[in-house]
Design a protein around this ligand. Structure first.
Ligand SMILES: *Cc1c(COP(=O)(O)O)cnc(C)c1O
Length: 299
């Protein structure tokens, strides 16, 4: 039975950015950040079919994993509250158990999520049979959603993004953390469109991950690549030049940018456009996968 989504703005708006710095490149923003204040952006895309599936299988509890400021953990907590499912959040770092909750973990608890703190060594093995079996013996039956929410159903959910775009375009860009969003967007893109995932992390492992996720979903395509130049020092690093870019973008276009993923992608797009890396006349769609952090300063 499909879920009756509450107050979701779908399809999400597609808006053009008028900016002379882009030269001959046309840029459209796919405002997935506006889908829902509670379960925004790609987190809604990736959770939708997982929530449906968990409901169909009769589960009453969702369990997932995340760091101390995880967007995914907050989204699962909010979705569980909306769809009357219990939620357990396994948090990286057992030292956090005794500390006052940061804004992100406090939000999760306010939505009824039970937080379980896991030491970092065990957390590295969190998806192993041993750790999952132990979680089952401690917490009973649950539907497991992997860290970051990326699985085959998430990939299928992300295919909806290009499916909503009726205007013609050449390239679709999205940020990438675990790669599930890129895997789905590429799989759903129309013929001739190329997908670029801007990695928010240092390193080169995402290409393998996206390939693995597409294969898991039975949706392998060759129309995408991972762009690794715009991690700005690594995951959750927000150096001054990133703040400068985001502040300037907001002043010009009235859109406040999420820093960990979205601002890095857009800064990358602007630099690539300035370098002439897109052929003249290219129409780009940039997927705004989430809203600016609501917490104090946002990390
Ligand atoms: C979680 C998140 C991502 C990363 O998505 P993946 O599917 O893990 O690659 C990108 N943007 C925002 C705003 C996010 O919250």
């Amino acid at each position: 039975m499909p879920l009756e989504p509450l107050r979701l703005q779908l399809p999400s708006p597609l808006v053009e950015v008028d900016d002379e710095r882009l030269g001959d490149v046309r840029l459209l923003l796919k405002r997935d950040d506006l889908i829902s204040p509670e379960v925004p952006g790609n987190k809604w895309r990736k959770l939708r079919l997982n929530l449906e599936h968990a409901g169909e299988l009769g589960y009453h509890t969702l369990l997932t994993f995340g760091g101390a400021y995880s967007n995914h953990l907050r989204a699962v907590a909010a979705a569980g509250a909306q769809y009357k499912l219990d939620t357990i959040g396994v948090v990286r770092g057992d030292e956090l158990a005794a500390k006052p909750r940061n804004w992100s973990l406090a939000y999760c608890e306010q939505r009824g999520m039970r937080l379980v703190f896991m030491d970092r060594q065990t957390y590295r093995e969190k998806h192993s049979t041993e750790v999952v079996d132990r979680l089952h013996s401690e917490h009973g039956d649950f539907f497991l959603i992997p860290e970051g929410g990326s699985n085959a159903l998430a990939v299928r959910g992300a295919m909806d993004v290009p499916g909503e775009i009726t205007a013609p375009y050449d390239v679709i860009c999205c940020p990438a953390g675990t790669g599930g969003t890129l895997a789905g967007i590429a799989a759903g893109a129309p013929p001739g469109v190329h997908a670029i995932g801007f990695s928010a992390l240092k390193g080169d492992f995402l290409t393998d991950e996206v390939q693995r996720l597409q294969a898991e979903a039975g949706l392998t395509t060759a129309n995408w690549r991972v762009e690794t130049r715009y991690h700005f020092g690594g995951f959750a690093k927000h150096p001054p030049q990133l703040h400068v870019f985001a502040t300037d973008f907001e002043a010009r276009h009235g859109v406040r940018l999420e820093l960990t993923y979205v601002a890095k992608m857009l800064a990358g797009i602007y630099e690539m456009a300035a370098n002439g890396e897109f052929s003249p006349g290219t129409t780009l769609v940039a997927v705004i996968t989430g809203p600016a952090e609501s917490g104090a300063g946002g990390t």
